[in-house]
Design a protein around this ligand. Structure first.
Ligand code: PEP
Ligand code: MG
Length: 325
């Protein structure tokens, strides 16, 4: 077993490229300082998702601009590649000890993520200013969570422009062309993906929430766990639509939900043309191993067959039938 483990670690230093030469990016998701420090490892191509919540949840107050700046700067400097910072994604099951949230009957459909940022503008501005200032020290990108409408993205970008102007006036250096993208994790974002393609610089599919919202199945409810399945044709076809539309508009499409590291899903996603797979660092070697032993042309055929299937059972039968595509 140890030998196998070592082999996998060696594999993680090799490029994520299929046997017939198709390259994809393998990035990591990070959610605390320790994971960011580990991102220093050379073989990591980038951070596909920096869950900025930890800065807020591990603090006794809304973190200041300087506190956040230092954390984002460290992430940018430790990781040579792109670092996608997701703006605050609280609400739902994630609360802050120093802020009182009103009780909600349906918190996952309630006041969370971008909805909070757009309302608590000072909190949002503090975060955006910190990210902008840190963008001078590495390749940072900004990603907005739980987006359901183009207006939200436009409003978020307006606040960003406002912050840029402030920083210019204060003579701070930052990346003027910092990219802004969205988490595609609501059905509305999928349905209107073409409109988002005209406003966003990149997409990252959040299958954890997308599966929950698309199937109307609570991702944390044990009683209906059996219904929570990202191999559901509605989820697979949504993913495909997002990738296709992104590519039509020359937009890079990544995935930072857990589906991106599911051994049974990787070849399907590869065949659909997913550009970037982002997952926890420990899952990188196994995922890379699968990619490096795959044939892209076969994966395309696999994806086509899977997309034609109308039940999860059919999908799984097709996947099991083609283990080496
Ligand atoms: C997702 O929803 O897929 C995702 C990556 O975000 P989180 O799990 O933090 O909601
Ligand atoms: Mg999510």
């Amino acid at each position: 077993f140890l030998q196998g483990q070592k082999k996998l670690e060696e594999i993680s230093r090799l490029p994520g490229i299929t046997m017939d030469g198709k390259a994809v990016e393998l990035c990591i998701n990070v959610g605390n300082v320790e994971e960011i420090k580990n991102a220093k490892v050379k073989d990591i191509e980038g951070i596909g998702l920096l869950r900025s919540e930890f800065l807020y949840m591990e603090s006794s107050h809304f973190p200041t601009e300087q506190e956040q700046f230092e954390a984002y700067k460290a992430a940018a400097e430790l990781c040579g590649g792109d670092v996608i910072i997701r703006t605050l994604d609280i609400g739902g099951d994630k609360k802050l000890p120093y802020y009182s949230f009103e009780r909600e009957d349906n918190p996952f459909l309630g006041w969370r993520a971008i909805r909070i940022s757009l309302e608590l503008q000072e909190v949002f501005k503090t975060q955006l200013r910190a990210i902008l200032r840190a963008s001078h020290y590495g390749k940072l990108k900004i990603m907005f969570p739980m987006i359901i409408s183009v207006e939200e993205l436009q409003q978020a970008k307006e606040v960003l422009e406002h912050c840029k102007q402030e920083l210019r006036n204060e003579n701070f250096l930052f990346n003027e062309n910092i990219e802004t993208g969205i988490m595609v994790e609501t059905p509305a974002a999928v349905v209107n993906i073409e409109d988002f393609a005209k406003t966003a610089d990149f997409f990252s599919i959040g299958t954890n929430d997308l599966t929950q919202y698309l199937l109307a199945v609570d991702r944390g409810n044990q009683k209906i766990l059996g219904l929570y399945n990202s191999f559901h044709p509605a989820v697979l076809r949504s993913i495909h639509k997002v990738i296709q539309t992104g590519h039509k508009y020359n937009i890079k499409v990544g995935m930072c939900g857990e589906f991106a590291s599911d051994p049974a899903a990787i070849r399907i996603l590869l065949g659909m043309g997913l550009d970037e797979f982002s997952m926890s660092a420990k899952e990188i070697p196994a995922a890379k191993n699968i990619i490096r032993n795959s044939n892209y042309k076969e994966a395309i055929k696999l994806a086509e067959r899977v997309l034609a299937a109308s039940t999860i059972k059919e999908v799984m039968a097709i996947v099991q039938d083609s283990p080496n595509s």
